[in-house]
Design a protein around this ligand. Structure first.
Ligand SMILES: NC(=O)c1ccc[n+]([C@@H]2O[C@H](COP(=O)([O-])OP(=O)(O)OC[C@H]3O[C@@H](n4cnc5c(N)ncnc54)[C@H](O)[C@@H]3O)[C@@H](O)[C@H]2O)c1
Ligand SMILES: [Zn+2]
Length: 1577
């Protein structure tokens, strides 16, 4: 191939023209480098994404050219070329890579005589720049940027850096490259997202520097993308020479050149970051704050894009920038595929529902070295292309908060510094309807018109873009975008090249449908079909009557997808025919306006006849007619809804002011009304045709305001305030707007303490003195409805102390600058607020924030569905109690609303009608704000029958609601229902009903609870003990899914329980192993259900009653019933060392979704599946944590390899915990694993182990959730798996788990059970510790052991030292203080200021815990404990007993002692803590205790008077433990009470001690067995 000498552009930086741009520069670059930077060694470094595409070209070219040059110059020696390919990604910018490169060069004897070539993105550029800066004290280097970001940003300016665990770019140097070559050909292989990433910087640069560059970007989107994406050149080396360069290529070069030039100029004038360079930080201050929270899920440029908009909004709020400019920035960025807010779907998809709290963003900004105190440096724009100052400006935190906060706090105007502004004049935003009409008419008109007060919204933007693409007129902007100049085309139209897209803009879509039919017949070789389309929502909005009318008039319109809906294709067939047109106008007046607007251009005069009954929204039709007349076209109104339109061309006036939106104008006028001030709104007056223009006259005047109206302005002065009842009626249509506005207003007003209620077609409100209004703490909920937000900001102007308005962004629909105007023009004071969760409040994706798909709302109502007879009512009511919710039964609600019993309804109307009505009832219930939060809504069994109801339920899930499916064993339900004759039977066999519905229930729910009963008692009933257990399971489940108690394992580094472990179950069927589960789970922090190992029994399968999923659900329920620890839900695939099919991704993720629905605490997700599948589990994770796992079964990703790094990155992205498993063949594999573990020690919690016997050491050293086996399991889940005891023993031998001594201090203690208790526990878990007796009469004898012995681990303390031991302790816990005695001593290490650890002795009392642990599980519902409790005796134990009752939530505590005075003393001690009543005598006591605790010695033979046992069957606990069943217990037992023996409490308090000392769950079962065995001896 002949050599082509490419045409290049050059940019000068720091005095030399060293930036060179062009296309196909490979050879150019090599020649230039070899001649102008002579060296003996050239080091070309790139990454693995680029190497396969470009590297061989470069090496080949280097060889050829260097030989040629050496020969030419007669050099004997050709220079050497070294190449190295690094892994891609930010992780490569590390010290480690730098070391490796340096060592590699040194080992190749590379000397000072060297030049580096960095070919890659910013990562390669930054890293290699820094290597060059320090190698041999600095050698020359050349940048060959290959990403857009690198071209326009990172390669220019000489900043080089690497990252450290503490942060990005912290180590580096200023080191200028000798050359920067931008070969734009690289961009063709750049992924689209990376291209957009760079565009953010390009847009930023234009925005601060040069408006005409910005205009190029705004208008050149398609061309720029074309240049990059079209990799199909027609000429070889296309673009290298100017002659072959396409227009698009030229534009692309132009855009990059402009951006690079600005950066070069700024750097030249301010090489080391004085002030000017700070301008390039536009969008970055806030952008960085966001990036720190969401990286790496989002790219730098994406965060900067959002930052640009936020910082622009800040400029606007401060009064420096117009809304038009903000809008232009936003549209430009999004047109390049960049996000502009954190709320958009694209962003949510990336980051889950992580909430970026403003405080967290501000925290990051604070750390930035350029910021100080409560002020930040931010670049403020004054216009597109101009900044306010020639450096970053200083802005207060409060102002930043105002733009960032998702909620707005509006303070009453009376509290603003100058009081309310007495007189306000403002122009409110233009009307959307008028804007759209004006645009269309002006474009079709003749002459030039300047339009002002145009509404800048998506709607009008789409209209404008459509008219442009139809070539209907020429448009330009004046006055910084405030004036739109339209050079009317007089009716010219052409088929657009692309389809016309109108988003969800209703008006635009209807108007344009008719406009397209006006296009004249096309010439040959021109596009011949015009297509109009919109977004998904738009495609559901009907246009059929319009299309029908146009078609019957001869137009050729075809619906492409669904008949009567967008998209439509119009084939021009000679323009709009005209004549008589009939149109059904009962659905939308927009159809009418659409035809009216086009009618003047018809071939024959149009006579439009509206047919089909009532014409809707006549005022809008009148508006259209009036506007057409203003533009010179007259319309005759005939009888019977008929209009005759004059033929002609619109005549554009010189100037047209779009009337303000009358609805928007009502808000400032209302503010004047309620604050007693005066407000004038210009450009809306008596001449207006908008309905709401009469608001002042018809609404405010009767309420006592003074109203003055001219043709074009309205002024309102508010009156003194009254307290009347206001009834607003005739507004039933407000129920079907953005939300049910009547219900919403009532609900929100009530929060202010205002009495308000719904009327059938309106609302009634009782006036109230202003000072009595109370703003709701959590703020006003706006239902994403701009009208609600604006209405409540009106009210907020007077409510004392300020009102928080949630979802403040919703106002942008009609008044983007509402908050700015409220503040600056009306005079309210405003602060930003963020009510969302802060970093660390709830852990999430990145261990930072909460992640539910929809903003987690734990108060959100829960809908319960399920078959009849599964317990929806009983369990539903229990759920309501547990969560503090109200309970509502949809059936009952139905009967109430319909005023007829369901039975009668069905008899009268039949089932089908009933189902329809039932679905309606549910929908209404769920859309009524009253029921949005704090309700359990229980549905009838058949609710899922009609598809409509299922859709309602699914929608509810999608909106972040919870739909809970309750299931039980259907056999059991059947036998129950067959017994219960009181319930109406199904018309058909229950099993077939179930078979039909089961799938429906499951598709409609996002949670499922399996109510598992072991067996039934007589009559088909669930046994009481099973019920109790089910309720407790449900309680745990609810607390979990609502995030109140998530039961996750504490895996904070350095916690005393390390290592934490989970035991991996390997049985086929848990049912058969129920009795061993407790033992197997001993000491484990969690248990893993290996779903892939479970096998549904054949007979079960054959019966066909239980699906495989149902079988798994039941297995889980069995496990839950037996062990309380968290569950890891794992489906291990074959390729990842399990048994599940490797090819069934769908099946795998269905199962995982079930794990989430069942509320498993951890879901193991293998990183070998597709990202889309993983993202789906991720998006639905709720409170479940994701254990992102990777098993290297084939030894392809060794520790420390790049291949593993990629897995790590994926795991890091999606997992809360990362699990990496290798296979060890020798000890070396463990050593590399440990190095790896250390390297990742600052990352997310990591489980890293090696399988196989050789890998056992890694299982011992792993500290987070090590998977373990247990001798009682059928087999190990993985080769080399160890038991917890084995791990602990080995850790001890390795010195990781030092031996500790524990003592029992007291006397007499010879017969104590404690040594047996603790030593059994130590042994069972393989702990090396020892527990012994330290008998002493004086506590001082224990001093040595407590304070001097380094092996001391803790102590139990008993009589007589429980009080005087305190003198040796550094700290006594609250509970022990109140009880007045210490029975447990333990050690904690506290960190001093200098970081050293100090050993502290701490006192605790576990006696009360012992009581609680036994009594609480016997309660029907621990959440609502009995009202009264009774304690017998008043010694030390009685104190613990009182404290236990108090801690369990028992309000009324009675105390009895034979000597009343002692009881009185005890009462005194608890005086301020709880209500203790001393009983003089038991005989006369009128009490009704639900819990009794006796602390009197067994020898006393105490029995209670029978009435004390009362009617209820309570729980009694006797602290005396010899004999096991005291006389008192026997008596209570006969009365039907549940009994707790003293020995049981003793064991439980000991277990509590054990757990405090070791930080591990005690092997309670084993301990209890052993202690009781010893006790019986
Ligand atoms: N020095 C500075 O002044 C400065 C300024 C901004 C950013 N930075 C740094 O730049 C880095 C980000 O740079 P980046 O966005 O270029 O990221 P990058 O270097 O990681 O490149 C992005 C991805 O695109 C791939 N890629 C690069 N060129 C390609 C091509 N032509 N075809 C196909 N794939 C290609 C890369 O392999 C990589 O996977 C960050 O480390 C940041 O700190 C530095
Ligand atoms: Zn940047």
């Amino acid at each position: 191939m002949a050599r082509v000498d490419p045409d290049v552009s050059k940019v000068s930086i720091l005095g030399s023209e060293s930036i060179i741009l062009g296309f196909h520069l490979t050879e150019y670059i090599i020649r230039d480098v070899l001649t102008s930077i002579p060296a003996s060694n050239y080091i070309l470094i790139t990454d693995t994404n680029l190497a396969p595409l470009y590297l061989s070209n470069y090496t080949e070219c280097f060889k050829r050219v260097s030989r040629e040059l050496s020969e030419k110059n007669g050099n004997a020696k050709e220079p050497r070329l070294f190449t190295r390919v690094l892994p891609p990604g930010e992780l490569t910018k590390s010290r480690k890579t730098k070391d490796e490169i340096e060592d590699w060069l040194l080992s190749n004897s590379v000397t000072r005589d060297t030049c580096f070539l960095a070919m890659g993105g910013g990562v390669i550029g930054d890293l290699i720049g820094f290597v060059a800066a320090t190698f041999m004290r600095g050698v020359p280097f050349v940048q060959i940027p290959t990403t857009l970001l690198a071209m326009v940003d990172s390669s220019i300016g000489g900043k080089t850096a690497i990252d450290t665990p503490a942060g990005k770019n912290l180590i580096g140097a200023f080191w200028q490259p000798k050359r920067i070559f931008m070969d734009l050909i690289f961009l063709q292989s750049l992924p689209e997202r990376e291209f957009a990433n760079g565009m953010a910087e390009v847009v930023k640069t234009a925005a601060i520097w040069n408006e005409s560059d910005f205009v190029k970007l705004e208008t050149g989107v398609d061309a720029v993308r074309e240049a990059v994406l079209n990799s199909n050149p027609t000429v070889s080396l296309q673009g290298a020479k100017l002659e072959t360069r396409t227009e698009e290529q030229a534009l692309l070069l132009d855009v990059i050149l402009a951006s690079a030039r600005v950066k070069a100029e700024v750097v030249t004038n301010d090489e080391r970051e004085g002030g000017l360079r700070g301008l390039l930080n536009f969008g970055h201050s806030i952008g960085h704050g966001i990036e720190a929270l969401v990286s790496p899920l989002m790219l730098h440029g994406e965060c900067v894009s959002i930052g640009i908009i936020k910082e622009a909004e800040l400029s606007r709020n401060l009064g420096h920038l117009s809304q038009v400019a903000v809008g232009r920035l936003a549209r430009c960025l999004s047109s390049y595929g960049l996000p502009i807010t954190l709320d958009e779907k694209k962003v949510k998809d990336r980051i889950g529902n992580m909430h970026c709290n403003v405080d967290d963003i501000m925290q990051v900004m604070k750390v930035d070295k350029k910021n100080q105190g409560d002020k930040k440096r931010i670049v403020l724009l004054s216009a597109i292309g101009n900044t306010l100052e020639k450096r970053a400006s200083i802005v207060s935190d409060a102002d930043i908060y105002k733009v960032l906060g998702p909620e707005q706090l509006v303070l009453p105007v009376t509290e603003s510094a100058h009081g309310p502004l007495k007189e306000v004049t403002l122009t409110t935003p233009g009307s959307k309807s008028i804007s759209n009409r004006a645009l269309l008419i002006a474009a079709l008109g003749q002459g030039t018109v300047r339009i002002t007060n145009l509404l800048h919204s998506d709607d009008t933007q789409y209209m404008l873009a459509a008219l442009q693409s139809l070539n209907a007129a020429d448009f330009e902007w004046e006055d910084n975008g405030d004036t739109l100049v339209v050079h009317g085309g007089g009716g010219r139209l052409a088929v657009p090249e692309k389809e016309v897209y109108v988003g969800n803009a209703g008006t635009a879509s209807r108007f344009l449908t008719s406009v397209l039919t006006m296009i004249p017949k096309v010439e040959k070789n021109q596009p011949s079909v015009a297509i109009l389309t919109g977004n998904a929502r738009m495609k559901q909005r009907p246009i059929e009557p319009l299309v029908k009318a146009l078609t019957s008039n001869g137009a050729q319109i075809k619906s492409i997808e669904k008949e009567g809906f967008l998209p439509v294709a119009v084939t021009p067939s000679g323009g709009f025919k005209g004549g008589r047109i009939e149109l059904a106008a009962s659905i939308s007046s927009q159809y009418v306006s659409s035809i009216l607007l086009c009618a003047p251009y018809a071939v024959e005069p149009v006579e439009l006849v509206l047919v089909g009954g009532q014409v809707i929204s006549q005022p809008y039709i009148d508006m259209t007619i009036a506007m057409m007349e203003e533009f010179g076209i007259t319309i005759e109104r005939l009888e019977n809804n008929t209009y005759k339109i004059q033929q002609g061309v619109y005549k554009n006036p010189d100037h047209y002011i779009v009337e303000s939106d009358a609805s928007s104008a009502t808000y400032p006028l209302a503010i004047a009304a309620i604050t007693g001030t005066t407000c004038t709104v210009t450009s809306i007056g008596s001449k207006s045709l908008q309905g709401d223009a009469t608001f002042a006259v018809n609404v405010l005047r009767p309420m006592g305001c003074v109203v003055r109206q001219t043709e074009t302005s309205t002024t309102v002065t508010g009156p003194q305030l009254g307290e009347n009842i206001t009834r607003i009626t005739g507004i039933a249509n407000q129920r079907v707007k953005e939300c049910n506005r009547i219900a919403a207003m009532v609900h929100e007003l009530t929060k202010f303490g205002v009495v308000a209620s719904e009327l059938p077609d309106g609302i009634q409100i009782h006036g109230k003195p202003i000072k009595e209004l109370k703003a709701p703490k959590e703020g006003v909920h706006c239902y994403d409805d701009h009208r609600i937000a604006m209405s409540f900001s009106v009210l907020a102007c007077i409510v004392p102390h300020g009102t928080i308005i949630q979802e403040k962004k919703c106002v942008e629909k009609t008044w983007p600058t509402w908050w700015d105007d409220l503040e600056h023009k009306i005079g309210a004071r405003i602060n930003g607020v963020d009510l969302g969760k802060k970093k660390g409040q709830v852990s999430n994706v990145l261990g930072r924030v909460n992640n539910n798909l929809n903003k987690m709302d734990n108060q959100k109502s829960i809908v319960i569905i399920g078959m009849r007879g599964v317990g929806k009512t009983t369990l539903g009511q229990h759920a309501a109690e547990t969560l503090g919710f109200q309970f509502v039964d949809v059936d009952q609600h139905f009967e109430k609303v319909q005023d007829i019993t369901i039975f009668d309804f069905i008899n009268t109307w039949g089932w089908e009608k009933f189902r329809v009505k039932e679905a309606e009832t549910l929908r209404e219930l769920l859309s009524n704000p009253q029921y949005h939060r704090n309700y359990i809504i229980s549905c009838g069994g058949g609710i899922v029958e009609p598809e409509k109801s299922r859709a309602v339920l699914k929608d509810y899930c999608r909106q972040g609601g919870k739909v809970l499916h309750l299931v039980r064993d259907m056999d059991q339900v059947a036998s129950y229902l067959n017994r219960d004759k009181t319930r109406p039977m199904y018309g058909e066999d229950m099993m077939s009903v179930w078979k039909r519905r089961r799938g429906w229930y499951r598709e409609a729910c996002n949670f499922e609870f399996v109510a598992h009963a072991d067996s039934l008692v007589e009559g088909g009933w669930v046994s009481p003990s099973d019920w109790m257990a089910i309720k407790k399971d449900l309680q745990r489940f609810l607390l979990f899914i609502t995030g109140r108690q998530t039961n996750h394992v504490d895996i904070k580094p350095g916690c005393i329980g390390a290592p934490t472990t989970f035991v991996a179950l390997t049985m086929k069927d848990l049912n058969a192993h129920q009795d061993r589960l407790v033992e197997i789970c001993e000491g484990a922090n969690a248990v893993e259900l290996r779903v892939d190992l479970l096998k549904q029994p054949e007979e079960d399968k054959q019966k066909g009653l239980k699906s495989y999923t149902e079988f798994i659900g039941e297995q889980l329920a069995i496990l839950r019933r037996i062990v309380p620890i968290p569950v890891v839900f794992t489906v291990r695939s074959k390729g990842q060392a399990g048994t599940f099919s490797d090819d069934d991704e769908k099946g795998m993720f269905e199962l995982l979704r079930w794990g989430q629905r069942w509320g498993c605490e951890y879901i193991d997700v293998e990183m070998c599946w597709s990202n889309t599948a993983i993202e789906d589990v991720f998006a639905n994770k709720g409170e479940s944590k994701i254990l992102a796992s990777w098993h290297d079964v084939r030894r392809q990703t060794p520790w420390g390899s790049t291949a593993l790094e990629a897995r790590y990155e994926t795991a890091d992205k999606y997992g809360d915990i990362i699990k990496l498993v290798g296979i060890a063949q020798s000890m070396d594999d463990n050593i590399s694993l440990e190095a790896y573990r250390k390297e990742k020690s600052n990352g997310k919690p990591l489980i890293a182990i090696n399988m196989g016997a050789a890998g056992q050491l890694s299982r011992v050293l792993n500290e987070t959730l090590t998977p373990t086996s247990h001798p009682a399991l059928p087999h190990k889940a993985a080769p080399g798996q160890l038991s917890l005891a084995e791990i602990n023993t080995t850790r001890h031998l390795l010195g990781l788990l030092p031996f500790r001594k524990f003592w029992l201090i007291g006397t007499p203690i010879q017969h104590s059970m404690s040594p047996t208790l603790h030593n059994t526990g130590f042994k069972a878990l393989g702990l090396p510790h020892y527990y012994g007796l330290l008998e002493c009469h004086m506590v001082d004898y224990a001093e040595e052991a407590l304070q001097k012995d380094p092996e001391f681990g803790g102590a139990s303390v008993t009589i007589p030292h429980k009080v005087n031991i305190m003198k040796y302790l550094d700290h006594v816990n609250e509970s022990a203080k109140i009880i007045g005695a210490v029975n447990t001593v333990f050690i904690r290490y506290e960190e001093n200021e200098d970081g050293s650890l100090e050993r502290k002795l701490i006192g605790e009392n576990t006696d009360y815990l012992g009581i609680m642990r036994r009594v609480q599980p016997l309660m029907q519902d621990p959440a609502s404990p009995p009202e009264e409790g009774l304690v017998l005796g008043s010694g030390g134990t009685a104190r613990a007993a009182i404290y236990a009752l108090y801690s369990m939530g028992i309000k009324k505590i009675y105390l009895w002692n034979r000597t009343t005075s002692k009881a009185q003393e005890l009462k005194q001690a608890f005086g301020s803590i709880c209500d203790v009543t001393v009983l003089e005598s038991l005989e006369n006591a009128k009490i009704d205790p639900g819990v009794i605790i006796s602390t009197v010695p067994a020898e006393s033979g105490l029995e209670l008077p029978a009435h004390i046992y009362g009617g209820i069957k309570g729980i009694i606990c006797d602290m005396a433990y010899k004999p096991r069943r005291t006389k008192l217990l026997l008596q209570a037992f006969r009365k039907g009470w549940s009994c707790v023996e003293g020995i049981e409490v003793l064991i439980s308090q000991g277990i509590a001690q054990f757990e405090i000392w070791t930080g591990k769950p005690a092997p309670a079962h084993r301990i209890e067995e052993e202690v009781l065995r010893k006790y019986e001896l």
